[in-house]
Design a protein around this ligand. Structure first.
Ligand code: PRP
Length: 198
């Protein structure tokens, strides 16, 4: 599977059963989302808000596809425990650096699965009284959604499988694959790293 188009190590490709979206397909879709945002926010100087870390590739490419004034900021969350996560509670470990009151905010996510993380964070952001708040998601995994979310901008619908690449990880690996692929079941069962536990 190694080729000029996918210059990634052979052993990583061995963990991927199928490429779902190529680098070119992702870039074309991100460019289209950027054009939609430019059209909708021409005089609004939007703030793009992302949640680390999976969003970094999407955010970087989306920003470059927006050729109007725009600002960016990041949050970081961590799950308290599986039990609290199931209740939709996440811990904010890094907050935004800029105030968003009265600003037009676009919440940018790499993937939405159950919707619990984004639901919690949207409530948090709404309380800061932005002028508007919309969601832009690249990969939408609808199958496991627990909460009805209005998604103003959507890249791709994805199946209920473990996908990696373009920022999406499995135990912190594979984020740097330029494409998005399905992870083989055998890769999901690798033992945790003895030092990091990941
Ligand atoms: C991913 C993604 C969302 C969340 C979506 O982050 O970036 O924040 O999961 O899941 P949900 O809809 O079921 O709440 P992850 O926890 O994998 O962290 P990462 O971005 O650092 O990889």
């Amino acid at each position: 599977m190694m080729s000029d188009e996918y210059p990634v190590p052979e052993e990583w490709m061995a963990d991927i059963s199928k490429i779902l979206f190529t680098e070119a397909q992702i870039q074309a879709r991100v460019a289209a989302l950027g054009r939609q945002i430019v059209h909708d926010y021409a005089d609004k100087k939007p703030v793009l808000v992302g949640v680390l870390k999976g969003v970094i590739f999407f955010m970087a490419d989306l920003l470059r596809a927006i050729n109007i004034p725009v600002e960016v900021d990041f949050m970081s969350v961590s799950n308290y425990s599986p039990e609290l996560r199931d209740k939709g509670v996440v811990r904010l470990v890094k907050d935004l650096e800029m105030p968003i009151e009265g600003r037009h905010v676009i919440f940018v996510e790499d993937i939405i699965d159950t919707g619990l993380t984004i639901n919690y964070l949207l409530r948090n952001l709404r309380a800061r009284q932005p002028a508007s708040l919309e969601v832009c998601v690249l990969f939408n995994k609808e199958k496991r959604r627990l909460i009805d979310l209005p998604l103003r901008y959507k890249g791709f619908d994805v199946p209920d499988n473990y996908i990696v690449g373009y920022g999406l990880d499995y135990r912190e690996q594979y984020r740097n694959l330029p494409f998005v692929g399905l992870l083989k079941a055998q890769a999901l069962h690798q033992p945790a790293h003895p030092a990091t536990g990941l």
